[in-house]
Write a protein that binds this ligand. Structure first.
Ligand SMILES: [Zn+2]
Length: 113
């Protein structure tokens, strides 16, 4: 994913800040896990499933190979992971390209379940 740290690394002149929280520079780890916005989404799902997944991007990818003994739970966890990445990336792009914010934590909890 072309996060701002990668674009800057290629010499493009783009702002470095995270558009979701504006408090940190945007990189893969921050955008999908460390950002307060993303963290709220992860906590919404993981707390309901009583999961404590790792926090690092690479660690999560390794964890997703075998997160449970139950095949149905594994499928749900993998779907949640993909959904969260998609939601965060979609919201990030919407804020960059339209200067609008569509997701609030309350809306997330009601619109997904
Ligand atoms: Zn952020």
């Amino acid at each position: 994913m072309l996060t701002r740290d990668r674009l800057i690394g290629w010499g493009l002149s783009v702002p470095s800040n995270c558009v979701l929280c504006a408090g940190h520079d945007e990189n893969r780890q921050h955008l999908f896990f460390d950002c307060s916005f993303s963290n709220q989404i992860w906590m919404f799902f993981t707390s309901r499933m009583q999961l404590t997944p790792p926090q690092g991007f690479d660690e999560v990818l390794r964890w997703l190979k075998d997160p449970s003994r139950d095949k149905n739970v594994i499928l749900i966890i993998r779907l949640i992971h993909q959904a969260v990445l998609y939601l965060v990336w979609k919201e990030r792009n919407k804020r960059i390209h339209t200067a609008e914010s569509s997701l609030q934590s309350k809306k997330i909890s009601f619109s997904l379940f």
